[in-house]
Design a protein around this ligand. Sequence first.
Ligand code: MG
Length: 158
Amino acid sequence: MNTTGIGYDVHRFVEGRPLVLGGIEIAHDRGLDGHSDADVLSHAIADAILGAAGERDIGHFFPNTDESIRGISSLDILRHIRENLAAKGVAIINIDATLVAEEPKIAPHLDRMKEALSTALALTPDRIGIKATTNEGMGFIGRGEGIGALAVASVERP
Ligand code: MG
């Protein structure tokens, strides 16, 4: 059967960390805080895929209390999830995601993000949607305190 899932994540900006979004590093004066590389887009996508597969969330499989995965690449998280689901006969059909960020500009990086995600998810880039919007200056995202991401995924499962 085909099922869909939803994912949401948010991470706070901090000084002194690289900004990783959609599996690529983007030049910026601040990065996102987190136990992993804090790739908020990949995390939302991971939860969407896990949700579509009827599994528990990313924090269950990759807890921020696990020192062995400190600094883990979120592309590796996506790859692990894809492989573990494939072993259960679950195949990802497509994902679609929206980044909510006041800065930096996302559009110049979309193609590279799609490429990185398509490799990790073993999907052709035309099955990956990434959109970006601002929060129109409102709220914590509008004040530039962090970045949010939403995603949906559909999978084919036994
Ligand atoms: Mg996260």
